[in-house]
Ligand binder design. Structure first.
Ligand SMILES: *[C@@H]1O[C@H](CO)[C@@H](O)[C@H](O)[C@H]1NC(C)=O
Ligand SMILES: [Ca+2]
Ligand SMILES: [Ca+2]
Length: 185
């Protein structure tokens, strides 16, 4: 086998390995079947959590994600659809207005979260303690403000995972290898 043929095989092996890493990290038995987005994969826990912090930990320990952050209307549409497919009524997503009622920020990045499709008459900050966000899968996946940690209320969590393409060496560089080897001989 020529060295360049070997290089091509090596290249495709690298491709296969990087694809497998992504696949395996999202093979999460304790989640609903994942949904693909644009350079994203979303997955919903089967487990329920009283505390947002615990839910967030679950995302990172199961698939390496984080509670979904609404960045665009398109993304909101996607995750609403995904939430609806489950009929779960309380599904945590990212966002807290603990600092200023009605103004939501990502717990992870501090980014302003401002694109919503609220359930009618929400957000209501019910009982003055609803500083987190959830989707209601029985209500077209629309958004409601909910307590971040209240013993009587448990939530599933919808996680977001960034699909990072590993850098593959460019073929022209690889094709130079035979020359280097010839010099060495
Ligand atoms: C979710 O929607 C269903 C159906 O409309 C409703 O009965 C339920 O109270 C909602 N749950 C929450 C937490 O708002
Ligand atoms: Ca996002
Ligand atoms: Ca509410």
């Amino acid at each position: 086998m020529s060295v360049s043929a070997f290089a091509v095989i090596l290249l495709s092996a690298i491709n296969v390995i990087s694809a497998r890493v992504i696949q395996e990290s999202l093979d999460i038995p304790k989640a609903y079947p994942p949904m693909n987005g644009i350079n994203k994969v979303y997955y919903i826990s089967k487990a329920k959590f009283v505390s947002y912090t615990e839910a967030s930990k679950w995302c990172s320990q199961n698939g390496g994600g984080y509670p979904a952050e609404i960045d665009t209307a398109e993304e909101l549409g996607l995750i609403e659809k995904y939430a609806s497919s489950t009929n779960l009524r309380r599904i945590f997503i990212a966002g807290t207005d603990a600092k200023k009622d009605g103004v939501f920020f990502s717990q992870r990045t501090g980014a302003f979260i401002h694109i919503f499709n609220w359930v009618n008459r929400e957000p209501n900050n019910y009982g003055g303690v609803e500083d987190c966000l959830e989707l209601n899968g029985s209500k077209e996946g629309r958004v409601n403000d909910t307590p971040c940690n209240r013993a009587s209320i448990s939530h599933n969590v919808l996680c977001e995972f960034d699909v990072v393409q590993e850098e593959i060496p460019e073929i022209p560089e690889i094709l130079e290898i035979p020359e280097i080897l010839e010099i060495a001989q």
